[in-house]
Design a protein around this ligand. Sequence first.
Ligand SMILES: [Zn+2]
Length: 119
Amino acid sequence: MSDQHWSKTRAGSNEEALAYLRDRSQKPGVAEGGAARNMYCPSCQGVVPLSYDSSQAPTGEEKRCPHCDVLLDERVMEMFNWVEIDQVPGSDAKVVLPILALALALVLGLAWWLLTLFG
Ligand SMILES: [Zn+2]
């Protein structure tokens, strides 16, 4: 192997990142082999069993940490070495519906006013 091979030219770099990953590999829920999908509580770093369908919007169901009882944000999941905050957002229909209803009422009111004016 040449001295220019990446494994030799990069030797000793990224030690901080490698130490972080080695440390995370010893965390509960990972050190045992990580058969079940887990996440970590952002408050106490306890293992929280995880089961969700990432293609579905959050249900709004309240979920608490089994270790410290802190309320967990269902859209934020601390995983092995990353934090997921990009879950599918819920529907905007509840926000848009009153605006659409008001716009429809205005259009109908305008139509009724024009009919009474010229009819
Ligand atoms: Zn906790």
